[in-house]
Design a protein. Structure first.
Length: 252
């Protein structure tokens, strides 16, 4: 594994033989390490890169960025500094919004640098969310919410030390979500695929088509078995989607 000079990204399987790249943005309270299982399942030639927000893991001494566009700016700079490879971007939950804004920045400064955006487990940028209140919730209520989401949330609750470290980052990310409003008509110019869990209580199949106005290129959505944290259980199918999008790129 290796990190970039600014600490914004970690490559789980670096190597000069990489032919494609998948850049992954974590959920609220999450970290780059959330995508280690996905990287472990990646086929040869696909480099998996996790984005690390300030204020957690090796960046825990840095002040948090409680602004979606601020997170996007830092991530975009890191992506623009990478060597040129066919690249797809995947964001999960809050990460889908950060990824969306990051791709908008990257495509302005280096058109063609990103070939596909995968938005996972998130309502569309233009749709209302509940995070306006979550930043003010008690620890107990936040923990209860993690239990409802299951998956990663359940694992976090069972590790009290990890939970203690994650709660401040969760609150910071909830503040970023509460303050986020997309620019009028905001969209990307790359193909967009929305990924949802069939049993996701927060961003289920009924919310997927709300993303369609946010791309000027092809749009699709896929429904997977599972709840909010469905990615790990469906890694092989997801990676097939990613590789197909990069091998046979679509164009607006």
């Amino acid at each position: 594994m290796s990190t970039d000079a600014g600490g914004w990204t970690m490559s789980f399987n670096p190597g000069r033989d990489a032919r494609f790249r998948l850049v992954c943005f974590p959920h609220a309270g999450g970290s780059a390490g959330s995508f280690f299982p996905l990287a472990r399942a990646a086929p040869p030639g696909l480099e998996v890169v996790g984005v690390q927000y300030p204020g957690r893991q090796w960046r825990r001494t840095e002040p948090a960025v409680t602004d979606i566009r601020g997170l996007a700016r830092g991530a975009a700079d890191a992506l623009l500094a990478e060597r040129d490879l066919p690249t797809a971007v995947l964001g999960h939950s809050m990460g889908a919004l950060v990824a969306f804004e990051t791709v908008r920045l990257v495509q302005r400064e280096r058109p063609g640098a990103v070939g596909h955006l995968f938005a996972s487990g998130s309502r569309a940028p233009s749709r209302p969310r509940e995070e306006d209140q979550r930043a003010r919730w008690t620890d107990e209520r936040i923990i209860a919410e993690l239990g409802v989401l299951g998956g990663t949330g359940d694992r976090l609750i069972s590790d009290r030390e990890a939970l203690r470290q994650a709660l401040p980052a969760l609150r910071d990310d909830y503040r970023a979500l509460a303050a986020y409003r997309p620019a009028p008509g905001a969209r990307v110019t790359v193909p967009l695929t929305v990924l949802v869990g069939r049993e996701d209580p927060k961003a289920g199949p009924e919310h997927a088509v709300d993303w369609q106005p946010h791309t000027g290129a092809d749009f699709a959505f896929r429904v997977f078995p599972g709840g909010h944290f469905f990615l790990d259980e469906n890694a092989a199918e997801l990676l097939d989607l990613v590789q197909c999008s990069l091998v046979m790129p679509q164009h607006p």
